[in-house]
Design a binder for this molecule. Structure first.
Ligand code: HEC
Ligand code: HEC
Length: 369
């Protein structure tokens, strides 16, 4: 009886083992493709790097990393500290950001959305060419998170929570610098702004006010400078020439340009390329959510959109000999005239680019809250 019992037990164990073996897989590693929900009639098709397919698991890991202060040396600052969702992912109205040591940077924090369509480099001066490489630089920047990549990887690789997430997203036992960059890249690529009043009007779901409509025309019309006045009695004809550089549905131009700001010692792209023709050229930013992302320009020199508009009406000087390369810049000619109500209309149009979905969407928010 005893023997039979042992034999039965053995047979049962063999079957049990078989079951376990069958369960353990062969199931191949699989992820859930990330689905973009924006309206394809408005924004271009997704542009995803072939070697970093965007997945729900990768985006979620990237989101955790983006909001986790573990990336900074003293665990006090996350990417989200200087890129606040409710401010279009900029730094809370600050001219310059402060890093963990109290050091102040020399540029204004940049908004984060629609980055998968930025083809010509990241940062105001374009010094980083690929988003996943860009994503590592704030970690080691002494004026930002002031940490080493080695320490960050050690901290993450010691965390059971993160270990489970790298496994899910990349089938990896360990997070490497490459995968850290790729996860942050996936989360940042998932952040889309495409549901502002402007977008709803374009889709026929909403209507501009009369003032916003006038503003849109001014935004999209060539400037007629006072020099070559065509019809001063018909101010309808005046435009502010914004569309040359901030046109199309992304409201940006994929180029580094000089927009005529009086220069200080920041050479912008010229400081990176060493080519004097690039001096005073900066990334041409998107105007989506511009109402929320002030202060404005690479050094945050303008507090309000009214000041920005006044600046663009000129007159401007070419401080760096690169203004002539800017598309259709009226600046070298003379001032552009807009009446006070036209200026107000232009600003009211700019405010239709605010996208409340971007500013509040749960999937872009801090997952630890
Ligand atoms: C201390 C504040 C601070 C922290 C922390 C910070 N950033 Fe930034 N970020 C900035 C500033 C300032 C700029 C513009 C710097 C420049 O152009 O020189 C910037 C620029 C960027 C850009 C460029 C956007 C574009 O359109 O070119 C991206 C992307 C970005 N940050 C992502 C991140 C990520 C990811 C992290 C976390 C790993 C992070 N940032 C942490 C302040 C910060
Ligand atoms: C020649 C191209 C060009 C034209 C024309 C142009 N811009 Fe710009 N714009 C730029 C560039 C380049 C920057 C970034 C400059 C910098 O920070 O040094 C910029 C920055 C801005 C900013 C600040 C964005 C931010 O994130 O800080 C606003 C707002 C803006 N432009 C609005 C306008 C408006 C309104 C018009 C029309 C009156 C206009 N622009 C015309 C190229 C242009």
């Amino acid at each position: 009886m005893k023997k039979l019992g042992v034999i039965l037990f053995l047979i049962a164990s063999i079957y049990a083992c078989k079951d376990v073996v069958n369960e353990i897989p062969d199931t191949p590693f699989s992820t859930t493709p990330y689905v973009f929900t924006y309206d394809k009639a408005l924004l271009p098709p997704p542009r995803i790097p072939a070697d970093n397919p965007i997945t729900a698991e990768g985006v979620f890991l990237g989101r955790m990393l983006f909001y986790d202060p573990i990336l900074s040396a003293d665990s006090s600052q996350s990417c989200g500290s200087c890129h606040n969702q409710s401010k279009g992912f900029t730094d809370n109205g600050k001219e310059f950001s402060m890093g963990i040591t109290g050091a102040i940077g020399k540029r204004n924090s940049m908004p984060i959305f629609n980055l998968m369509w930025h083809l010509d480099g990241f940062f105001w001066d374009g010094r980083s060419d690929v988003l996943r490489h860009q994503a590592i630089t704030p970690i080691t920047d002494p004026t930002e998170m002031n940490e080493t990549v080695g320490n960050v990887l050690a901290k993450l690789n010691n965390s059971p929570l993160y270990k489970a997430h790298f496994k899910k997203a990349f089938n990896a036992q360990e997070l490497s610098e490459e995968l850290l960059g790729k996860a942050l890249e996936q989360f940042m690529m998932s952040i889309i702004s495409g549901n502002s009043k402007f977008d709803r009007v374009a889709l026929g779901l909403d209507k501009f006010t009369a003032q916003e409509k006038v503003g849109q025309i001014i935004f999209n019309s060539e400037a007629i400078t006072i020099d070559n006045e065509i019809d001063p009695k018909n101010p309808q004809n005046y435009g502010a020439d914004c569309f040359h550089c901030h046109g199309n549905s992304l409201f940006m131009r994929r180029e580094f340009l000089n927009n005529g700001l009086p220069s200080n010692d920041d050479l912008g792209q010229g400081g990176v390329t060493g080519n004097p023709k690039d001096d005073c050229k900066f990334k041409t930013p998107s105007l989506r959510n511009i109402e929320k992302t002030g202060p404005y320009m690479h050094d945050g020199r303008f507090k309000t959109l009214e000041e920005v508009v006044q600046f663009y009406l000129g007159p401007m000087k070419d401080n760096c000999n690169s203004l002539a390369n800017s598309p259709n810049m009226h600046a070298l000619k003379d001032s552009v005239y807009l009446s006070p109500s036209q200026k107000a209309a232009l600003v009211s149009f700019l405010k239709t680019l605010t996208d409340d979905e971007l500013l509040t969407k749960e999937e872009y928010s801090n997952p630890f809250k």
